[in-house]
Ligand binder design. Structure first.
Ligand SMILES: CC(C)(COP(=O)(O)OP(=O)(O)OC[C@H]1O[C@@H](n2cnc3c(N)ncnc32)[C@H](O)[C@@H]1OP(=O)(O)O)[C@@H](O)C(=O)NCCC(=O)NCCS
Length: 149
């Protein structure tokens, strides 16, 4: 990753830009209130943003409960995709979770989201079970993936 990009923890003032990434990335985007709650009312939540200058080009989040980390979101702005930023962001998130005491990491991903699955497999994630009808917009199944950190 070029050194014009940097990671830092998400702050309240980032929410507008994170919402732009969110809406460009997901069919069921989280609301402003959801992000605010994660930052203020969820002691298990850790959110990182990826900045390029003063633009937020990606963000990710995880809940760390004891030694288990559960990824909530991973997204890169469409015009920045395919430049190994998702790769760098996942490595950073995994390292951060490990430093905070997590020993394993899990996530759900749409069964048709082959790009994200490919990224996670590259990071060492393995297939777990299937959660049927997990996504309420189209009743799509979720593939559970996990990795030891
Ligand atoms: C998934 C996502 C974060 C990947 O970010 P990215 O910056 O484009 O990914 P990278 O350039 O770092 O690529 C990392 C790996 O992802 C996979 N990948 C990325 N783009 C791909 C494509 N067009 N086709 C297939 N695999 C692809 C590959 O495994 C790639 O590794 P490789 O380049 O060594 O083959 C991004 O596509 C995104 O934001 N998608 C929408 C949101 C989303 O689906 N999030 C995951 C929810 S569970």
């Amino acid at each position: 990753m070029e050194d014009t990009f940097r990671f830092r923890y998400m702050r309240d003032e980032d929410i507008d830009q994170v919402l732009a990434v969110e809406h460009a990335s997901f069919t069921m985007p989280w609301s402003r209130e959801a992000f605010y709650n994660e930052l203020h009312n969820n002691k298990f939540a850790v959110y990182l943003v990826l900045e390029h200058g003063d633009q937020i080009v990606g963000y990710c989040g995880v809940w760390i409960v004891l030694d288990e980390a559960h990824i909530t979101n991973v997204a890169i702005l469409p015009e920045y995709r395919g430049r190994k930023l998702g790769d760098a962001m996942m490595r950073k998130l995994m390292a951060t979770a490990r430093e905070m005491g997590a020993r394993s990491m899990t996530l759900e991903v749409r069964v048709t989201n082959y790009v994200a699955q490919s990224l996670y497999r590259k990071m060492g994630f393995q297939n777990g079970g299937i959660r049927k009808n997990y996504y309420s917009d189209n009743q799509e199944d979720a593939l559970v993936m996990w990795v030891n950190l």
